[in-house]
Design a protein around this ligand. Structure first.
Ligand code: CA
Length: 431
């Protein structure tokens, strides 16, 4: 307790004893104050009462203050006690609950750690796999580099002629066969009017017939969209085993057919996508000179089961269809040399070189369509029938799989009575 408070309590007790005296004094107003009272004389009852009354309000106020202080102290004490109890309770409860909560916290941390460890393991696994991938790729790259070096070495070697060319020569393949050649393959021939020999593929059968092959389609490996000069000189590839596509060339065809007085048969052999083989023969076949634009002429259709498409075809579009699609007498056209009977340019529209009329019923230099069937949409910007066509067998929206055009003297076509045996024609369709 503060010292001021003790003094106040002491004063209170003192005042209390005087206050009972005052209560009994009932003549306060009549009291005459004695001037000497303060220090010289003993006070009268009234004097004492007056003195006390003067201090009464202040004392009461002090008492009130004191009471408030006491109340406040009591309150504070209670608050402190409450706090202590609360703290004790808290401590107890903290002691009780702490291990649990720490356990929970540490468990959760442990879980986190485990999760992170798992993630790390997964990532390590991924890194390992990626490293494997990198090394595998590096190995592949090394292999490829090695291969590239080998290829470069091979390419730098001088090209060796490995194509076997048969030693026998003649004016054409029948002449070669007549001289004893029995093997199909590459031969040099020199027709009478030719200034120099040139290479051809001779198909020599077991009857001693020698066919000179002038055109071959078999897999679409050669693009037949060529210009005038290319069709004149020939393009594609001759192979000793008859595995390639080519156009022998208009000039050579002219030389082969114009040099002889013996009628030449053009045999056309066709294979469709079902593997069926058919043929058509034309005798007295000739290809004119370049001055006459390598005009196609023949005497007549000599037979075959493919039908006479060179004679035109009545498509049913127009009464003049057949007349405008026949080929006998037509000059050769390429996209850059329009010799057709059409206002437009058949060779340009169909992307080939051919003996175009207006335009064709037979079109063996057409675009190669895998599977055979095609539509206007497939036929490019012009949308005309531009496939490999022989309409007397398959319609114009069916492109044949294989074709062969080959020459043989008329005198040999029926040799051994074998015209009917053409179904066994060599090479064709064997691929
Ligand atoms: Ca024209």
């Amino acid at each position: 307790m503060a010292p001021s408070l003790l003094a106040a309590v002491g004063g209170l007790l003192f005042l209390f004893s005087f206050s009972s005296a005052q209560t009994r004094g009932d003549s306060v107003a009549l009291c005459n104050p004695n001037d000497g009272f303060v220090s010289t004389y003993c006070p009268t009852t009234c004097g004492v009462a007056d003195y006390m009354l003067r201090y009464m309000p202040e004392v009461n106020k002090d008492l009130d203050d004191l009471q408030r202080d006491l109340d406040s102290i009591a309150n504070l004490t209670q608050g402190a006690e409450d706090t202590v109890v609360y703290m004790k309770d808290s401590a107890t409860s903290a002691q009780k609950s702490s291990p649990d909560s720490y356990f929970k916290k540490s468990s959760s941390m442990l879980e986190d750690v485990l999760r992170f460890e798992k993630t790390i393991i997964t990532q390590e696994q991924q890194i390992f796999e990626l490293q494997n991938l990198i090394s595998s790729n590096e190995r592949r790259m090394a292999d490829l580099k090695q291969l590239s070096i080998q290829l470069q070495q091979k390419c730098s070697e001088t090209c060796k002629e490995s194509v076997e060319i048969q030693p026998t020569t003649g004016t054409d393949c029948q002449d070669v066969a007549n001289k004893g050649a029995t093997t199909s393959g590459l031969y040099y021939v020199k027709p009478a009017k030719a200034t120099e020999q040139f290479l051809v593929y001779c198909e020599i059968d077991s009857f001693g017939r020698g066919f000179t092959v002038i055109q071959r389609r078999r897999d679409g490996s050669v693009d037949f969209h060529k210009d005038w000069v290319q069709y004149k000189q020939g393009f594609g590839y001759l192979s000793p085993d008859d595995t390639t596509e080519f156009w022998l060339g208009n000039e050579k065809m002219h030389l082969l057919t114009a040099s002889t007085t013996i009628p030449t048969v053009l045999r056309i052999e066709l294979v469709d996508w079902e593997g069926t083989k058919k043929y058509a023969d034309y005798t007295m076949f000739r290809v004119g000179s370049e001055a006459d634009m390598y005009r196609l002429t023949y005497g007549y259709y000599f037979g075959g089961d493919a039908g006479d498409a060179f004679d035109g075809f009545d498509f049913g579009d127009d009464p003049s269809d057949k007349f405008y699609t026949l080929h006998n007498g037509m000059q050769f056209s390429t996209f850059d040399k329009d010799n057709d009977k059409y206002d437009g340019n058949c060779a340009l529209q169909d992307g080939s070189g051919w003996w175009m009329n207006r335009c064709h019923a037979a079109h063996l230099n057409g675009k190669y369509y895998q599977g055979g069937r095609y539509t206007e949409k497939d036929a490019g910007e012009f949308g005309y029938d531009n496939g490999i066509i022989w309409v007397t067998w398959h319609n114009r929206w069916y492109s044949l799989k294989e074709t062969t055009m080959k020459l043989i003297p008329l005198s040999r076509i029926t040799a051994g009575g074998q015209q009917a045996g053409v179904k066994q024609f060599g090479g064709l369709g064997d691929s």
